[in-house]
Design a protein around this ligand. Structure first.
Ligand code: BES
Ligand code: MN
Ligand code: ZN
Length: 498
């Protein structure tokens, strides 16, 4: 992606993009001669008013321009403008360009868009538009690729813009990498192959990566992870990623844990058939952790990070765990499995405990954990849990700017009654009501009181409907937030052990 401080007249491209706020489209009048007044006509007729994502495309027919077309795109009302809107507008124009087989785009980052965080968002947004999901299609399918993306800025902003675009590009690419993994079917990404893929992609950027198998998990006593994997012909794995940048302080050490269920049938407590195919993305948390860590290395973020990624396939079978079975977790706590479909919390419990053993001082887990979170928050917002509250608020704020909306839910002690078991330390389900909260409380039992964040992305990891800024399918939720969070580590002193 190029960053250029040149007159839009001189850029050789297929599409110059100019954005305008609602009711402020007069800023486009400079394009009037180039478009033979088409841009004025569109404003007069209200074809283009600057509403969010509204797009007007016209050829450049006059003057000495090297660009072929102009796109005006709406930013919505100025008072409602956010970094995430800049990102979404960039994705929206990128997706429309691909639709129309327009390969070269130059986005004009002027006015409100001429600030490093906005330029980064534009670069992320354009990069997200490159995501391609068709690689299994063989018939009548020719993927159209954007090539030659550019951001146009002022001479004064050029240096900062260049750094912002590099950052945005890397973040966008790693988000797309996670989306590609989420899209892979479960017959391709078995636990062992998924683990190998995560090791391969992270080793190339200098992370240390290990995949532990059955015997090592037995030695660590991870009966919850092993239990979930028992019904499958494919043994579970635990992927350990370490990012130790030279010169980083000894603390904090971020422990990232991501749910890696390559397919969730529910196990013996089997799920209904409708929409079960979606359960191939029950590893979206795992992909987010690995891809975010890869991006941290590419961006040389000065923080020690440990990724702990439990991977298993949740299947029914003659060796599968049954409702009523009791498992002894690696931490020593015992759990009665009331419902084998509440498997995510089992594998995460062992992984959260292990992240502490490896020296994490701050824990963040991300998981497609409960259907209940979409009952509470719909498909727009991820559930956010954790302690202390200031840490939760910090992540909420970062997520908002990164375009991963999250909202805090409580962890009041009273809910814990729902996890009571007659024969073990706790049960793995708390019933239907407050299901996202009792799942989070289950996880908290394995955090050792460290500062901890849990993101429940079961409602947000997959888009069921296309939006102007997000096609149907995997969203890559969480990747951008994890990366941006790691970049704020110097402020974490105030989130000490509670
Ligand atoms: N992977 C699912 C959660 C999920 C549901 C993700 C829908 C994406 C879309 C999780 O393992 C699960 O099955 N949770 C159960 C828990 C229940 C048995 C306590 C649920 O939400 O129904
Ligand atoms: Mn499940
Ligand atoms: Zn699951």
């Amino acid at each position: 992606m190029d960053v250029l401080a040149i007159d839009p007249r001189n850029i050789d491209t297929d599409l110059v993009v100019c954005a305008a706020f609602e009711g402020q489209t007069g800023s486009l009048s400079g394009w009037s001669p180039a478009t033979k007044s088409e841009i004025d006509r569109a404003q007069a007729s209200k074809e283009f008013t600057g509403k969010l994502f509204e797009t007007f495309l016209t050829p450049i027919v006059a003057g000495d321009f090297r660009a072929r077309r102009l796109a005006a795109i709406g930013l919505g009302r100025e008072a409602d403008f956010t970094i995430d809107r800049a990102r979404r507008v960039a994705t929206a124009i990128g997706l429309q360009a691909r639709d129309k087989k327009i390969a070269r785009i130059a986005f004009t980052a002027d006015g409100a868009l001429d600030a490093p965080e906005m330029i980064q968002a534009l670069a992320e947004g354009l990069t997200l538009a490159e995501f391609e999901a068709g690689h299994y299609k063989t018939w009548d399918y020719a993927p159209f690729r954007l090539d030659a993306l550019a951001i146009l800025t002022s001479e004064r902003s050029l240096e900062a813009a260049t750094a912002a675009v590099r950052r945005g590009r890397i973040i966008g690419q790693h988000c797309n990498m996670a989306r590609a993994l989420d899209n892979e079917p479960a017959n391709v990404l078995t636990p062992s192959l998924f683990a190998d893929r995560l090791v391969a992609i992270t080793q190339t950027v200098g992370l240390t990566a290990d995949a532990l198998g059955q015997l090592e998990l037995e030695r660590l006593g991870m009966a919850m992870l092993l239990g979930v994997g028992r019904g499958s012909a494919e043994a579970p794995r635990l992927v350990i990623l370490r990012y130790n940048p030279a010169g980083a302080p000894d603390t904090p050490v971020l422990g990232l844990v991501g749910k890696g269920i390559t397919f969730d049938t529910g196990g013996i407590s089997i799920k209904p058939a409708a929409d079960m195919e979606r359960m191939k993305d029950d590893m979206a948390g795992a992909a987010a952790v690995a891809c975010a860590m890869r991006a941290m290395a590419e961006l040389s973020v000065p923080l020690r990070v440990i990724g702990v990624i439990p991977i298993a396939e949740n299947m029914p079978g003659g060796r599968a765990i049954r409702p009523g079975d009791v498992l002894k977790s690696a931490s020593g706590k015992t759990v009665e499995v009331i419902n084998t479909d509440a498997e995510g919390r089992l594998i995460l419990g062992d992984a959260l405990w292990y992240a502490q053993q490896l020296g994490a001082t701050h824990l963040v887990d991300i998981a497609t954990l409960t259907g209940a979170i979409s009952v509470a928050l719909g498909r727009i917002t991820s559930g956010l849990f954790g302690m202390p509250p200031a840490f939760v608020e910090h992540v909420r704020d970062i997520g908002e700017r990164a375009g991963d909306r999250c909202w805090p839910l409580p962890l009041f002690e009273e809910y814990k009654d729902q996890l009571r078991s007659e024969i073990a330390d706790m049960s793995n389900t708390g019933g239907r009501i407050g299901g996202a909260i009792t799942a989070a409380l289950f996880l908290r039992e394995f955090t050792g009181g460290l500062p901890w964040i849990h993101m429940d992305i079961a409602g947000t990891a997959w888009a069921d409907e296309s939006k102007p800024f997000m096609p149907k399918g995997p969203t890559g939720v969480g990747v951008r937030t994890l990366i941006e969070l790691a970049c704020t580590a110097e402020t974490w002193g105030k989130f000490g052990k509670s």
